[in-house]
Design a protein around this ligand. Sequence first.
Ligand code: TNX
Length: 511
Amino acid sequence: MTAIIVSVLMQMVVSCQKPVPADLSKVSLIPVPVELKASGSSFQLNENTEVFIPSESPEVKALANVLSSQLSKYTQGKITISEVDGAPVRGIYLSLRAGHKQLGTEGYQLLIDEKKVELRANEAAGLFRGMQTLLQSVIKGGENNALTLIPSGSVTDYPRYGYRGLMLDVSRHFFGIDDVKHIIDLAAAYKINVLHLHLTDDQGWRIEIQSWPKLTTVGGSTQVGGGEGGFYTQEQFKEIVQYAKEKHIMVVPEIDMPGHTNAAVVAYPELNGTKKKAELYTGTKVGFSTLATRKEKTYQFVDDVIRELAAITDGPYIHIGGDESHVTKDKDYVYFINRTKEIVKKYNKTMIGWDEIAHANIDESDVVQYWAKDENATMGVNKGAKVLLSPSKRTYLDMKYDSTTHIGLTWAAIIELEDSYNWKPETLVEGINEEHILGIESPLWTETVETVDDIEYLVFPRLIGHAEIGWSLASKLDWNDFKVRLGQHGKRLTELDVNFYQSKQVPWVME
Ligand code: TNX
């Protein structure tokens, strides 16, 4: 009896609410969705709002928990979650139902009216991406802006490229797992789906390899500038992988070889391919180290490293580096990449390497990461490989914004926001078209990056633009439109306490 009364009262509360006009097409969504239709009214978020999910779906439950805690910021009490068998008539409903082929694995549909917000996707990843759109759609409205609204209408959305990455160099300066998780959270809010960790370089080896323990105890003991460095145990690395997975982000680990291996050869001098004795290195030069590419011992090392790494990596990719091997003879370099490719294959992973690997016997099962040379990218495509785009003049997050930027480098370019945004993947390199492109990735090299504040400053807001280039339809990419939408994210970024670069090219709205 009481239950009926409560339910009748609830209905009255809901139906007593007067519709409040709002315009979904005015909401600044980034990345801009494929299709959006506004219907002029709104859904009101308040303490009576509930999140509904289908029963027996732990994955959706986990997402609903995240959504409820994020939305509860706007309401007095915590938004409750209830399991239902059919679609509810009111509230926020997360529904997983297969069959929307066009939406693929990451796409979603959002249907909002005065009574209900329904988020639909084929897979949990799609619900997660759609949740980011939903969270960006929450606005203040009504009299004195006292109400929290989600403008009504519909969104149908799915990504252009399946790989939209951020790379973090944890070798030049080491960052612990809490820092990495924090960056994962920020990137996930803009639908980034890959975190590439550059785990090894001349200055430090950052991942525990149990069969070669000195890699970390010796090779991980310092960093640029001489700080104490550090490394991830395999358990910690798995924790990062798991955390990223909950945000539907895949981790791509990189072991950079045969160059950029000073830290490894200090730990194990028998692997050294130069005549010089290696010492721990805390400077920022590149291109001076190499492995002994003609020794069998080296391939035992590569095999052990890839085997252990493959076992703790969820995703299909292992990145083997391959850049700037300036002291490796060309034929030795090609020999090394060819052998390493076989080892990656043996452990059932797909090899990614920087664009120089196009000189080796690569094929359609490999990925070339374009950073420097058009001809390498083209050579890779001609051999059938897919290309991951990280053009240094556009996507290198370690480049300064202007000549006064207090950190960062300038060798590739000085990259203000407009330059980082205003390019198209499919017209970047002649002959490389959409079908050759796996996606785009923005690398943050950390020679000059020492703190999380430094990371945030160089990554944001440039990564937000790259996230849009990777996700949105080419026909919707427009700098003048983007900068206005981005300006509307100023307040959000400030609330999230992100130390972002307040580019003068953007009309920031901080209130
Ligand atoms: C070049 S990009 C490198 C890195 C440096 C970076 C600094 C690439 C594949 N190699 O080793 O950290 O420049 O911007």
